[in-house]
Design a protein around this ligand. Structure first.
Ligand code: FAD
Length: 438
């Protein structure tokens, strides 16, 4: 297939944000070209998928493929934070369809293939090098390298959706990316075979029981980092994803230079209470160790002359509430609205950029208020978070309240809502367990 020289919209990146964007735009009848640097299926971190995704996959007409894939269905979360064990279940908040633990190579591949079915032209192993933004009413130029034959080419288009993830092609080119000083962390992760898991009844079972009794995602704070560092334990079909989130400040002295990152990670996994018991007799999968740091950032601008930044290419808050993929899908949905409206009513372009940016900013700020220790109330940005949160249905507000309290890392959502409205949000849906039984 030959890469076209022009189209309506170029989407950069074929992760969840890019694939959904290409799907939604194609469904509206636009000529969409998606360029993806790698060949899918490709590995990716971020396997915990909360049930909010169904509304987007229904629109994308891909829910059936996802439901039939056989991903591990999870019931909710069990968290041990500073010795207190708390648990929640999605079914208590009106979710009748499951949440999943997904192998990202497989999940992302399903979404990418679906974007082709919905009409997008997808080219893999084609890396975008840079963009030439020429104004709202002009054609933008995207320059790429085709890694298959090493050729360089250009595509002209009316709009560019940047969904290139942490690579943030446009954000970096225009200098829009700012590291979030509230979240200076690193993450270390890897995979284990035969790890035990915490099920929805709060008891521990062998990995083979996953499809008989649903797991919860298990998280625990890392004692010596105070409220800041934590670990995740996400059972997948073949193995279990285990990751550590560590404050950069803490890491300045936590590891000696002579110790490798991988051996530090493994040592730490076996020091963390409960996690070490879940990993007893488990085998680490050689070659599976990975590391990332300073993954939380925002963009000073989310849309501009001919471009929209969605998913991680625009902003990533923090993995604690597992909303990265959902935010990518939401960005795809509202940028499609903005592009569609701009192409139909060219004099509304600026207004659509502002609406897109303020909607996305509101959601991002709500997530930030949930995740950040010492979130400052009263700032202009916190007003955005408050307004966004108030428009959520009351069960969804209750869910946010519960996830904010499942750790003691931040209780800011609660104060944000309770201080700003007469309605006090309380919930009996957060259970405290005496212990996790092995
Ligand atoms: C430690 C950690 C744990 C996380 N855990 C979770 C979790 O449990 N649940 C959750 O929902 N989220 C989680 N996240 C966040 C989640 O991984 C991301 O938010 C999500 O992958 C964003 O999707 P995306 O489509 O924006 O980007 P990506 O999924 O990163 O996709 C971007 C795509 O763009 C391609 N690309 C990059 N540069 C170019 C280029 N120049 N040209 C063409 N293509 C390009 C890449 O190859 C990639 O395929 C976690 C993040 C971290 C750091």
């Amino acid at each position: 297939m030959i890469i076209p020289q022009s189209c309506d919209v170029v989407v950069i990146g074929g992760g969840p944000a890019g694939s959904m964007s290409a799907t939604f735009l194609s469904q509206k009848g636009y000529h969409v070209v998606l360029l993806e640097k790698l060949k899918h299926p490709r590995p990716h971190i971020g396997e915990n998928l909360i049930p909010h995704f169904w509304k987007y996959t229904d629109l994308a007409q891909v829910s059936e493929q996802i439901a039939n894939e056989g991903f591990v269905q999870k019931a909710g979360g069990t968290v041990m934070w500073q010795g207190v064990i708390r648990q929640m279940a999605f079914k208590d908040f009106g979710y009748s369809r499951p949440a999943f633990h997904v192998e990202r190579d497989r999940f992302d591949h399903i979404l990418l293939e679906n974007s082709k079915t919905q009409g997008a032209e997808v080219f893999e192993q084609v890396a975008v090098l840079n963009v030439d933004l020429r104004g709202e009413t002009e054609q933008q130029i995207v320059t790429y390298r085709n890694l298959n034959d090493k050729s360089i080419g250009n595509i002209s288009c009316r709009f560019i959706v940047d969904a290139s993830g942490q690579n943030a092609v446009i954000g970096k080119q225009l200098g829009l990316r700012v590291v979030d000083q509230g979240f200076r962390y690193m993450s270390l992760w890897g995979y284990f075979n035969n790890a035990k898991y915490v099920a929805e009844d709060g008891q521990v079972y062998p990995h083979q029981h996953l499809f008989q009794l649903r797991p919860n995602t298990f998280m625990t704070s890392i004692p010596e980092t105070g409220d800041a560092g934590w670990s995740w334990h996400i059972p997948l079909r073949e193995n279990t994803s285990v990751g550590l989130i560590l404050p950069l400040e803490f890491m300045k002295t936590a590891k000696s230079e002579s110790e490798s990152w991988e051996s530090y990670y493994l040592r730490k996994c076996y020091e963390i209470p409960i996690l070490n018991q879940l990993l007893e007799n488990a085998e680490f999968c050689p070659g599976s160790f990975a590391k990332i740091q300073d993954y939380s950032y925002r963009s000073t601008q989310l849309a501009g002359s001919g471009f929209f930044l969605i998913g991680d290419a625009g902003s990533f808050i923090d993995p604690i509430f597992s909303i990265g993929m959902i935010m990518g899908m939401y960005g795809a949905y509202i940028s499609t609205w903005a592009i569609d409206r701009s192409l139909k009513k060219p004099n509304s372009v600026k207004e659509n950029q502002v609406l897109f940016s303020s909607q996305l900013q509101g959601r991002l700020e709500t997530s930030r208020s949930l995740a950040l220790p010492n979130y400052q109330l009263g700032e202009v940005v916190s007003q955005k978070a408050k307004i966004t949160a108030q428009f959520e249905p009351s069960l969804e507000q209750e869910l946010m309240n519960v996830v904010a309290q499942i750790t003691t890392r931040s209780d800011n959502f609660l104060s944000l809502m309770n201080k700003s409205t007469d309605k006090k949000i309380n919930s009996d849906k957060l259970k405290v367990l005496e212990k996790i039984s092995f």
